[in-house]
Write a protein that binds this ligand. Structure first.
Ligand code: SF4
Length: 431
């Protein structure tokens, strides 16, 4: 049996997408490939983004492979499941292109995990996986369409009915294998994600040491995937890390939702002399652990402060045991050990704009960068969405997008100047 795992050729024009546009390693497909091969499947990853393939090239590679199943993702990589492009334009195009050549079509990603039925309809795929897909795919491909009743975390058509079977899946991280990426593939990945201290001096890579996050900030779209906090075993992390270094990586970005202080892990990384970046909460780090983080090779910290007031953080459900001033001190200590430290701010429309500017300036003088507050997109799958409109239904993405375009007159400087309404984006995709 043959399975193609397809990351489409992503384009972002007209999108409000604010994540990084560079390609990153498709970690979810890396794990899925190993688990599928363990049950005897022949697997081909076709990464239109990383390999910079046109849509036609993606289609032709899949056609030559002639798979029984083709998996299509709705986010550029696991790194961006929490901030994927809201529109399904690119996956719609990919599914259309692969309909005749890809066998049974399976969709994975944040959209199907949150709103499975509309994702099934828009993409016109055969089945959608809810949640983390690595362990579900081997179950799915061992059955034919008529035999999917016992499989958890999927959505599919049965006659005239659309069945949603179980909730989003959370994987057993301890059971996922250490990934091995070929040197030739890493050579195509010069990007060092969120690194600003030095230009790339070799291949970049991404990996995870944990998955999920124990917190529930209102703006964070992770309720339906990568939610429960789980750690990978140290032995698996170290094996993967050594493989990446051997294959030419000189910088790693740990995609963990929240990279928590972990002394044995940091000591193991320190021995290897690689540079890396993380995203975390600064209030969870003590000064000695920040010093160890720097010694281990961390060159980039992205820390979500979100609001400069207790009230703002409370509104965002991101309370901290540190006061705002204590967080500033902690960020400044971090900067002594790590070359680039960023304090993320969100536009919760709560804090005084002049106070924000004074706060940013104070940090800037200490070498810590705080971005201009970024408009919040109320992602379906975030507590903020539920607070506004209740549980996401089939119109959730359109509703959130329309609200966002109405609410914010100016956008972050990494977004398109004039985003296009979601239905228009998707209708262009469906031809
Ligand atoms: S701490 Fe970070 S990952 Fe966790 S819920 Fe808040 S924003 Fe999301």
């Amino acid at each position: 049996m043959k399975v193609a795992l397809v990351n489409p050729h992503w384009r972002f024009e007209g999108s409000i997408y604010f994540g990084c546009r560079e390609p990153h390693l498709p970690l979810e497909y890396g794990y899925a490939k190993v688990l599928l091969e363990r049950i005897g499947a022949e697997v081909l990853i076709v990464d239109g983004h990383l390999e910079r393939l046109s849509q036609e090239e993606v289609q032709s590679r899949v056609a030559s492979f002639a798979p029984d199943f083709t998996v299509i993702t709705s986010a550029p990589s696991y790194l961006f499941w929490r901030c994927a492009p809201p529109e399904l334009r690119i996956p719609i195009e990919a599914a259309r292109d692969l309909r005749e050549v890809g066998g049974t079509l399976i969709a994975v990603g944040p959209h199907g995990s949150t709103t499975p039925t509309i994702t099934l309809k828009k993409l016109e795929v055969d089945v959608v996986v809810l949640g983390e897909p690595e362990e579900i795919l081997p179950l799915l491909v061992q059955k034919t369409a008529g035999e999917w009743r016992g499989i958890p975390s999927i959505c599919y058509r049965e006659g005239d009915e659309i069945r949603v079977q179980g909730g989003p899946h959370a994987g057993d991280l301890a059971a996922l294998p250490p990934l091995r990426w070929p040197r030739a593939l890493l050579a195509r990945h010069p990007h060092h994600h969120h690194r600003f201290d030095a230009p790339p001096d070799g291949a970049g890579a991404e990996m995870e040491t944990s998955r999920g996050c124990p917190y529930h900030c209102t703006f964070c779209a992770k309720d339906n995937f990568r939610d429960d906090y789980r750690k990978r075993p140290l032995a698996a992390i170290v094996e993967e890390l050594d493989g990446l270094i051997e294959a030419g990586a000189t910088y790693l970005y740990f995609i963990d939702e929240i990279f928590l202080p972990n002394q044995p892990l940091l000591e193991a990384i320190a021995e290897r002399g690689i540079r890396f970046g993380v995203q975390t909460r600064i209030d969870l780090w003590t000064p000695p652990m920040l010093a160890l983080l720097g010694r281990a090779g961390c060159v980039s910290i992205e820390a979500g402060v979100e609001s400069i007031t207790v009230e703002g953080r409370k509104w965002l459900d991101k309370p901290s045991r540190l006061s705002t001033d204590e967080m500033v001190d902690r960020l400044i200590i971090a900067k002594r050990h790590v070359p680039f430290v960023q304090a993320n701010l969100l536009d919760a429309q709560f804090d005084d704009p002049e106070a924000i500017e004074r706060w940013r300036e104070r940090l800037r003088k200490e070498g810590v960068w705080a971005n201009k507050p970024v408009p919040m997109f109320p992602y379906p799958g975030s507590p903020d969405y539920v607070r506004k409109w209740g549980l996401p239904d089939e119109a959730a993405w359109e509703r959130a997008h329309e609200h966002y375009l109405r609410e914010y007159e100016t956008f972050s400087d990494i977004q398109e100047e004039r985003p296009i309404p979601l239905p228009m984006l998707e209708s262009h995709g469906s031809k």
